[in-house]
Design a protein around this ligand. Structure first.
Ligand code: AMP
Ligand code: MG
Length: 353
């Protein structure tokens, strides 16, 4: 699959300068190995870091190791800068936007404006199923493996009036963001990782890397080839069997991003409660099990995967069919009789559930 390039991305955004130092878990793992068996030796350099709350892994193929390692270091630094703007530290741009809700606009980094604009575009496309203003609900739901408490409908009902993407005001000229309602909050957890992946692809490309696989917690962007004549293969994860995949897609230049109900979840009285919230009900979205979106832009794919998950397979797939350069696999239903929808552009894709 070779997708149209991310149109929203601009190189300026890759160098967001604002933001203060954050406590970032840094676990550098460097692996260099040679892949034999093809016509000529192929050097693979692979490094990972704990960033954005997940393991971020970059694999570069067919480059001189020192050049590959330098490019990967630059890439992780750019992702750290994004994390400082979009993360949960008190002085991140997002925290400052939230602290000033209903009071005054806040000047933020260009990259934050760009992410919020894409969020608003996705909110419009998904009719509010994707909505970064779901954030005040996070105080009621704890999907981090903590309490596992299910809030009452009354508790949730009190928070719902604070939600509403139409109350996010953005002025791209002055890079200002304003949440019009007091008590409003945003959370970019459903989109920022996608932007980080786009930034990674841009930084690697600018450093002269021709072949790379960027895997940030299972969300992927690949460009070039794994080895001469053989493409990068991206697995679609089995939503109910950890470590297994249901199929592979060859990717030449594009993103494959998945939202699933298995990511952060807990069980209560036999029912699964997970981290993708339907902003209309305030409860975890019920219609999907996992949604994989393919697009030339990882940020677009990330936001759409979350939004389509909330919309469910029918509405979600009809949206996908309307969007040029976007494909999807949507899994819903119980494990013993799943429904798997595959968009028309992926005809012929073989999946084994
Ligand atoms: P993803 O794995 O990309 O689907 O992102 C899941 C994350 O998106 C959650 O952990 C929340 O931070 C955020 N999120 C949950 N529900 C929504 C929603 N309806 N719209 C936008 N973001 C959401
Ligand atoms: Mg997402």
């Amino acid at each position: 699959m070779n997708y149209q390039k991310c149109v929203l991305y601009n190189r300026k955004a890759a160098t967001c300068r604002r933001g203060s130092a954050a406590a970032i878990g840094t676990v550098p793992i460097v692996i260099i190995f040679l892949v034999f068996g093809c016509a000529r030796r192929n050097v693979i350099v692979k490094e990972s870091r704990l960033l954005l709350g997940t393991i971020c892994e970059i694999t570069v193929s067919g480059e001189e190791p020192a050049k590959a390692k330098e490019a990967i270091q630059k890439t992780f630094s750019a992702v750290e800068r994004l994390q400082r703007s979009c993360g949960y530290d008190r002085d991140s741009d997002v925290s400052r936007i939230n602290a000033s809700a209903g009071i005054h606009p806040v000047k933020v980094d260009t990259v934050v404006v760009e992410i919020i604009q894409e969020s608003l575009k996705t909110s419009r496309l998904t009719d509010g199923a994707f909505d970064v203003t779901f954030a005040p609900l996070k105080k009621l739901w704890d999907f981090s493996g903590g309490s596992g408490r299910v809030p009452s409908k009354k508790e949730v009902g009190k928070i719902l009036p604070l939600l509403g993407w139409r109350n996010i005001k953005v002025t791209s000229v002055g890079n200002e963001v304003f949440l019009a309602g007091k008590g409003m909050e945003i959370d970019l957890g459903g989109i920022a990782k996608g932007k980080a992946i786009d930034i990674a692809a841009e930084v690697l490309g600018s450093a002269g890397i021709k072949n790379a696989l960027i895997d940030f917690g299972g969300d992927i962007y690949a460009f070039g080839e794994r080895s001469p004549g053989s493409s990068w293969q991206v697995g679609i994860r089995h939503p109910r069997r950890k470590g297994e995949i249901i199929g592979r897609i060859p990717i030449k230049n594009g993103a494959v991003v998945t939202s699933g109900d298995y990511e952060r979840s807990f069980f209560k009285d036999g029912k699964r409660y997970h981290h993708i919230i339907d902003p209309r009900t305030g409860f975890p979205a019920q219609k999907s099990v996992s949604v994989t979106v393919l697009s030339g832009c990882a940020m677009t794919a990330d936001a759409l995967a979350t939004g389509i998950f909330v919309m469910g397979p029918d509405e979600g797939m009809s949206l996908v069919e309307k969007l040029p350069g976007v494909e999807a696999v949507i899994i819903s239903g119980p494990e013993d009789s799943p429904e798997i929808k595959i968009s028309s552009g992926l005809k012929g894709l073989k999946l084994e559930y």
